[in-house]
Design a binder for this molecule. Structure first.
Ligand code: 4AD
Ligand code: MG
Length: 477
């Protein structure tokens, strides 16, 4: 007998063939209609049971969450909403799910409740849809780069450097935390640690990716990155996935062009390949937003919003222009911003980024040429001596989704910068070597994968787009 996924079965004609399917019960109504789902699609398969033909004890085992194997004939559906259904001949119960204790019952559960049941939440419509879109996006990302001459590069997870120079790192050590070996000065002696030095989980694969771009030409990383920043927001995770393309001979303009083309391509891929899930997620979002005041609702339904991004140019604005706009903006003048913009050089907060994108330009924005003082050490200094060739892509509802730059390729300028920031040059000897041997203009950026999944699915909280979120005070599962 032929075993099929529900996605396959729902595309078939009602041929009267005998087929087999496995899945979990969504609902069992009137002792007759099983809605079965196997995760292959957002849609359920209706399986019709003639209870006269089945044992009572078996029927009692069928409840929401139970795993079943059903074989039967594929017939035209009498009910609305699906073209085919199964007339069940045989039902095997793989495993029951006691309705008294199984938490995912057929009713509305809050996202907060489901976060505590993260091991089961993928069985809900919302999370299965989000995770299928997440998977499709990951595939799209690889496809885009592979089709465009990039090589996939694996940056190390354990590193000795702080790529962003922000000091937000998780230490990696095998020393006895209760009784570590000490140096003569009374400090922890990391020369006796596993790697013979201080190491941490990577905050970014960029520095290593740069070394590979300077040999392979165009590379990208796609892996987990870690930040020990104590940010309890709906956009921050302590463990998140980042995509970091790095290209030799690209200047900042080419970098911005790439980021825009890349983002549009992967969103188009999702529009083309995840239609059912997007339709479901769009409805979910509309429902959720009904309870919000008008001003907080999205201006466009999800699918329209994705199409809008794909079809319209991102607005490119220099930091200096952006500061002028913000300084003269209503929320700044009326002191509505939490952080008021008074002068050039101010770091932009998410409230400012979102104002620019959502209220002022009403489209994705790429800000570039930021003050050197608020950006990382590796960014190329402009001729003005005070701004760097940095760029951030800002998205509606999200804020910063991409951060990137043209890299400082001049050895002396980079050395000066490292010294000024009191970074240990010895740790970066290999990074500086790139500027000693065959240095060249090069650029890259980092896309926060979860923020992109948030945008594509309309989910408001980043904890709901990764299977097991890691956030301050939380590493359950
Ligand atoms: O702007 P960031 O810190 O840039 C870098 O790490 C560079 N090394 C990238 C590069 O040029 N190769 O981070 C890049 C992106 C952000 O724009 C954001 O989307 C995401 O990573 N991101 C986070 N996502 C979730 N949780 C966090 N704590 C994040 N921090 C950054
Ligand atoms: Mg950034």
């Amino acid at each position: 007998m032929n075993s099929y996924s529900i996605k396959e079965l729902l595309k078939k004609q009602p041929t009267g063939d005998t087929v087999e399917v496995n899945g979990w019960v969504k609902t069992f109504r009137s002792n007759r209609f099983i809605a079965l789902n196997d995760g292959s699609t957002i849609h359920n398969l209706q399986c019709v049971v003639d209870f006269e033909n089945f044992d009572d004890t078996l029927l009692k085992q069928i409840s929401t969450g139970a795993a079943l194997r059903i074989s039967g004939t594929l017939v035209e559906s009498q009910g609305r909403g699906q073209s085919v259904e199964i007339q069940a001949n045989d039902i095997f119960v793989h495993g029951e799910a006691d309705p008294e204790t199984y938490p995912i019952q057929p009713k509305k559960h809050s996202l907060e409740f489901l976060r505590e049941k993260a091991h089961l939440r993928v069985r809900t419509n919302t999370f299965s849809a989000v995770m299928r879109v997440r998977s499709a996006l990951a595939f799209a990302i690889h496809s885009y780069f592979q089709q465009n001459g990039f090589y996939y590069m694996h940056a190390p997870i354990v590193t000795g450097s702080d790529a962003e120079g922000a000091g937000e790192m998780f230490r990696v050590s095998t020393l006895d935390s209760k009784n570590p070996p000490l140096t003569e000065n009374g400090e922890v002696d990391h020369s006796q640690d596993f790697f013979g030095k201080e190491t941490n989980l990577t905050v970014s694969g960029q520095l290593e990716a740069e070394t590979y771009a300077m040999g392979l030409g165009k590379v990208y990383t796609f892996g987990p990155t870690f930040r020990a920043e104590n940010s309890n927001t709906s956009r921050h995770l302590a463990e998140f996935w980042m995509i970091e393309p790095e290209m030799a001979f690209y200047d900042l303009d080419a970098n911005m062009d790439l980021s825009e083309d890349f983002i549009k391509w992967i969103l188009q891929y999702v529009l083309d390949n995840c239609q059912d899930d997007l339709e479901f997620l769009e409805k979910r979002l509309l429902d959720e937003e009904k309870s919000k005041p008008q001003a907080e609702r999205s201006e466009m339904p999800l699918i329209e919003k994705l199409k809008f991004v794909v079809e319209n140019n991102f607005k490119r604005v220099s930091y200096t222009e952006a500061i002028d706009i913000l300084r003269n903006s209503k929320p700044n003048k009326k002191k509505k911003f939490q952080f008021l913009i008074n002068e050039w050089g101010a770091d932009l907060q998410s409230e400012h980024e979102r104002f620019l994108v959502e209220k002022h330009f009403k489209c994705p924005v790429i800000l570039f040429d930021y003050p050197a003082d608020i950006k990382a050490f590796y960014m190329r200094l402009n001729e003005d001596g005070k701004t760097v060739r940095a760029m951030d892509v800002l998205f509606p509802g999200i804020g910063e989704i991409v951060g990137g730059s043209q890299r400082e390729e001049r050895l002396e300028v980079l050395q000066q910068k490292i010294k000024a920031l009191d970074i240990d040059e010895k740790e970066l000897w290999w990074y500086l070597d790139l500027r000693r041997f065959g240095t060249a203009v090069h650029s890259g950026f980092g896309l926060g994968f979860e923020r992109m999944v948030q945008f594509a699915t309309g989910m408001g909280n980043i904890r709901d787009v990764i299977p097991y979120p890691r956030t301050p005070q939380n590493a359950e599962f």
